[in-house]
Design a protein around this ligand. Structure first.
Ligand code: N2P
Length: 346
């Protein structure tokens, strides 16, 4: 008898979840590795009762493959500018209902009308930053101010490169005086040759992404190409480290929050996005991951500690010397081929 009752109960619960009764209590979040204060997730779950199913990726390129092949798997995704541009073009994401995201009003003016998503119809900025060099002041001859240090043979075996086609090729393009958005095969070939030469000379210790920050804290290399927040995170743990956006210029980027077209929990996605835009939450999150915040009220809450730090709050001059990436899908094959040549070089 008891067994029968239990079985009936189980069927009822399963039926309820199949009809969406329980499914309403979930939000499927797909964000970069090491890119949130986990306490933020716990607070959201506690306040809303919505369970966060949190998944992570390392590069925009990997994330886009997942969203294309599993269009119903995610409710909130965090692509960078050029990836947002691509996802709009491929009709992978849907407009944001701003009436349900009141805290979006806290976003800084200069980030509100970007080229990649005019009027922010599809995306709300999450964090932003630069690409630069994190270096160990005890291991370099003089203060680093140029990408040239990465190609200098005195740093043989002492350089971590970003294992990311756009970032690595972007660095080489910038050093050669070209745009990070170059589509010119001659310029791209020159950038590729520079990276292959750097590798052949044994200057590169490793190509990696998320591992770099902790390895730099431990003093495992002299120089590393990193995103600004990872630099600040490492500097907090090792005061011998410093970060520079090289004088030749670099890439400045914004990661946004978007909702895939077939997201199963649209309203929960909006609630999660709004929560991340709440000033106290955005402040707490930025202070934990050490990336630049697009949230004016959060910055006010943090105050001097944020505004006086040029890694978090670069000067207008530094920003103006940097370029945003743009969607380069029409030359993706070219980038993939050249990046393959770098990675396969012996
Ligand atoms: C942090 C991810 C940074 C994202 N691990 C850079 N766009």
């Amino acid at each position: 008898m008891m067994k029968k009752l239990f079985a009936l109960l189980l069927v009822a619960v399963l039926a309820l979840s199949a009809f969406g009764g329980l499914a309403e209590g979930v939000v499927n979040v797909y964000n970069w590795e090491d890119y949130i204060d986990e306490e933020v997730i716990a607070l959201f779950e506690k306040e809303t009762g919505i369970k966060v199913n949190y998944m992570r990726f390392t590069l925009n390129e990997d994330m886009m493959v997942q969203v294309r092949t599993s269009p119903t798997a995610f409710d909130v995704v965090f692509p960078s500018d050029y990836a947002i541009e691509r996802m709009i073009a491929e009709d992978l994401i849907q407009p944001i209902d701003y009436s349900k995201v009141p805290n979006a009003g806290n976003i800084l003016e200069w980030l509100m009308s970007p080229d990649y998503d005019k009027e922010h119809k599809f995306s709300i900025p999450y964090m932003w930053g630069t690409v630069g060099i994190l270096y160990d002041t005890t291991k370099v001859a003089e203060p680093v101010d140029s990408w040239g240090a990465l190609f200098d043979e005195q740093y043989k075996g002492e350089v971590f490169m970003l294992d990311s086609p756009r970032d690595a090729l972007g660095v080489a393009l910038k050093y050669l005086g070209y745009s990070v958005n170059s589509k010119d095969p001659v310029e791209l070939k020159a950038a590729t040759d520079l990276l292959i030469d750097q590798k052949n000379k044994g200057i590169v210790k490793a190509y990696q992404v998320d591992e770099t920050k902790d390895k730099m804290v431990k003093g495992e290399a002299a120089l590393a190409v990193v995103w600004s927040g990872d630099a600040q995170y490492a500097i907090n743990l090792n005061p011998n480290l410093a970060y520079v956006v090289p004088k030749e210029g670099s890439n400045v980027w914004v990661d946004g929050m978007v909702i895939p077209k077939q997201a199963p929990n649209y309203d929960n996605a909006l609630q999660f996005i709004d929560f991340l835009c709440r000033p106290d939450i955005a402040a707490m999150n930025t202070q934990y991951i050490e990336y630049s915040s697009p949230n004016a009220k959060a910055i006010e809450l943090i105050g001097e500690e944020y505004t006086s730090n040029t890694n978090l709050n670069p000067s207008q001059e530094t920003i103006d010397n940097c370029e945003f990436f743009h969607d380069n899908y029409d030359v993706k094959q070219l980038y993939d081929t050249f990046w393959g040549m770098v990675k396969n070089a012996k």
